[in-house]
Design a protein around this ligand. Structure first.
Ligand SMILES: Nc1ncnc2c1ncn2[C@@H]1O[C@H](COP(=O)(O)OP(=O)(O)OP(=O)(O)O)[C@@H](O)[C@H]1O
Length: 164
């Protein structure tokens, strides 16, 4: 199935989550306060793919993550991350549960199905929360924010040029 545009290195997809009880209550409250004048701010986003609330995590994985997993095993770099407000379904999509495994366990399974012979596999598990990057493989009591570097060198390119 060829759904995604081939020409961009970055793909942006949206997954619509089904409504949960809290949302229904909030919608009811909103309807009661309907007397207020409403302004709609319309913003247009161009997306590579929208997954409806009826589409499964497995479908999402096969469409957007599997091709990346395959090319990563061939030596290319790839990143998949979920972004969204609280309760939007990031954990559901990325971790899932025993019944509905998420992108991470599906990818790990695929990687181990694909690799043969000797293979070096490095794994990092990070979270960006409130602009802070944390290593989730470190015990929470020992965890310190990770430093973000824009180059491999500790000295930035501009400072280096000034020094020369
Ligand atoms: N596509 C989905 N289908 C069914 N249930 C979903 C779906 N996405 C999320 N949910 C449910 O919605 C709730 C919130 O989802 P989840 O915990 O994944 O959100 P989150 O984005 O990780 O939130 P937080 O940022 O607070 O950690 C959970 O109960 C989860 O099971």
């Amino acid at each position: 199935e060829k759904i995604m545009a081939e020409d961009s290195a970055v793909k942006v997809c949206v997954r619509v989550r089904p409504l949960i009880d809290v949302n229904l209550t909030l919608m009811l409250v909103w309807r009661i306060n309907y007397k207020y004048l409403l302004f709609f701010l319309i913003t247009i986003f161009i997306l590579d793919r929208v997954f409806t609330s009826h589409e499964t995590t497995d479908k999402l994985y096969q469409t957007i993550a599997k091709p990346l997993v395959v090319s990563t095993v061939q030596g290319y770099n790839g990143t998949i991350f979920a972004y969204g407000q609280t309760s939007s379904g990031k954990t559901f999509t990325m971790m899932g549960c025993d019944k509905t495994p998420g992108v991470i366990p599906l990818a790990v399974e695929d990687v181990f199905q694909t690799i043969q012979n000797e293979f070096l596999l490095r794994v990092s598990y990070m979270e960006i929360y409130n602009e802070t990057v944390s290593d989730l493989l470190v015990d929470s009591w020992k965890r310190k924010p990770l430093e973000v570097r824009e180059t491999l060198n500790v000295i930035c390119q501009h400072c280096k040029e000034d020094e020369e």
